[in-house]
Design a protein around this ligand. Structure first.
Ligand code: SF4
Length: 478
């Protein structure tokens, strides 16, 4: 089946799932409202904070090589072991190698999008090893064998009734629907796992070069358990997560948490700067940090695409996307869905594999308006569409030009000719108006349009539009 067909099939099935659309609508609304309220009440000048975040990330990306070296030097001095992985396969092999070396078959995972990127769970399972998710959302989706639907709230597509049923079916728990009871079931289940485990794995929010330390934010305490109650802690870190100092990390933190959850801070802030020291009662004996590239250095070379590496994974661009909240994250067929997913997935995994993803955008620009580090997401999506038809800067991996659509190019050229000739333009509007009425009337029985009008109203083209535009512009054509 072609990639395009795969996208069409999954999107069609998600659009028909009313429960999913309802859950996504409620979830996104809550996150958006919380963010809006917090920003208006607590921040005097959110816009200037965004600008500072943007400038800070640009500065750091400009000297990423230097910062990475400083981080490695200081982290090593602190007793952390730094590994470099250019590909997802290499990152996964490092985890496998460590598990094999230590004779460990089970790893307890805190939330890590980078490990989703490398498909670590599937890799470990293939080797006969057992990855166990401990973040509540990740646990829910692992129980039903689904990938995350969102980069911050991985199970937001399920409501509490559905989660109760999952726990009943998969954990043999009594059927509960109250959040406190559901949390209790998950806690009891995970406590058993936490009692005897040797290896924990987490993501990284900020890697601080001057300190050689990592900073991990979370709300459930599972991250702290996964990183401190084990003998060996492995942290997956995309190379763009490097900042220079704690001050910089604090500034980004102030942008990240309100954008992600609408809360001012997270409940747990785990700053890890060394393995367990002599005389300390807890903490891992070994801490390994895997610095993952996976084509990020290629993105860094491009004068526009590099800005996407500023992403602090807050997820607010997903929450505000009018396409994401209709189809959900699984429709993007990538670990990174939504606007940021559309920008980075083709660049991390290849444009040839993720080309249809670029159509899941109306270019409305809401994502760019809310991004806390001002990534021009809509512009980048438009640029990537040019790459797809072979008219970009050709800095993206997997550009084949095969998706070049000659009929589309011809159509756009004809449109351009029409739109620049007033007489033809008026005639076209008049005819389109007639045609749109005819199509609207027949669309429920026309096979090609039937699917389209199932979810949308067919627009009527206003044949008098040219007059209104002429009046507004004070241009007299007649
Ligand atoms: S692109 Fe911006 S809004 Fe989207 S996840 Fe990244 S930081 Fe957040």
């Amino acid at each position: 089946m072609s990639i395009k067909q795969q996208y069409q099939d999954i999107i069609h099935s998600k659009l028909q799932d009313k429960q999913l659309r309802n859950n996504l609508f409620n979830g996104m609304n809550t996150l958006k409202t919380n963010r809006k309220n917090l920003i208006s009440k607590r921040f005097l000048d959110w816009e200037s904070l965004r600008q500072q975040g943007k400038d800070l990330k640009s500065k750091n990306l400009g000297k990423l090589d230097e910062l990475l070296e400083t981080f490695e030097k200081n982290a090593t001095k602190n007793g952390l072991k730094v590994h470099w992985a250019s590909t997802p396969q290499e990152a996964n092999e490092i985890v496998y190698g460590l598990m094999k070396e230590k004779g460990i078959y089970k790893v307890l995972k805190g939330k890590s999008m980078a490990s989703e990127e490398t498909h670590l769970n599937a890799f470990l399972k293939q080797k006969g090893l057992e990855p166990i998710e401990t973040d509540l959302g990740e646990l829910i989706i692992q129980l039903i064998d689904e990938p995350p639907v969102h980069i911050v709230v991985p199970a937001i597509h399920k409501n509490r009734h559905q989660i109760g049923e999952i726990f009943r079916d998969k954990l043999n728990a009594p059927l509960e629907t109250e959040p406190e009871k559901l949390n209790e079931i998950a806690r009891i289940h995970l406590r058993k796992e936490f009692q005897e485990f040797k290896m924990g794995l987490s993501g990284v929010n900020f890697a601080i070069a001057n300190e050689g330390a990592i900073w991990l934010l979370e709300n459930e305490g599972n991250g702290r358990m996964s990183t401190t109650a084990c003998d060996i802690h492995i942290a997956f870190c995309g190379i763009e997560k490097i900042v220079e100092s704690f001050e910089e990390a604090s500034l980004l933190n102030a942008l990240l948490i309100p954008s992600a959850t609408g809360a001012p801070v997270t409940c747990y802030n785990n700053i890890i700067s060394s393995p367990r020291k002599k005389g300390e009662l807890d903490g891992p004996k070994e801490v390994h940090i895997i610095l993952l590239d996976n084509h990020r250095s290629n993105m860094l070379k491009d004068p526009h695409y590099y800005t996407a590496l500023s992403c602090i994974r807050c997820g607010t661009c997903l929450n505000h996307c009018p396409v994401y909240d209709k189809i959900g994250g699984h429709s993007y067929l990538s670990p990174y869905p939504g606007p940021i997913g559309e920008v980075i997935s083709p660049q991390l995994f290849g444009l040839d594999k993720f080309s249809p993803m670029l159509d899941l955008c109306s270019l409305c620009g809401r994502c760019s308006e809310v991004c806390p580090v001002k990534i021009p997401l809509a512009e980048l999506i438009r640029d990537l569409r040019s790459e797809r038809v072979g008219q970009g800067r050709k800095n993206v991996i997997g550009v084949t030009g095969k998706t070049k659509n000659l009929s589309e190019i011809k159509a756009m050229q004809s449109f351009s000719n029409l739109a620049t000739n007033p007489k033809q333009w008026r005639l076209m509007l008049y005819l389109s108006n007639l045609l749109s009425h005819l199509i609207k009337f027949f669309s429920p029985i026309l096979p090609l349009l039937k699917q389209w009008v199932t979810y949308r109203e067919f627009p009527t083209i206003n044949g008098n539009l040219h007059k209104k535009v002429s009046q507004m512009q004070g241009v007299i054509y007649e």
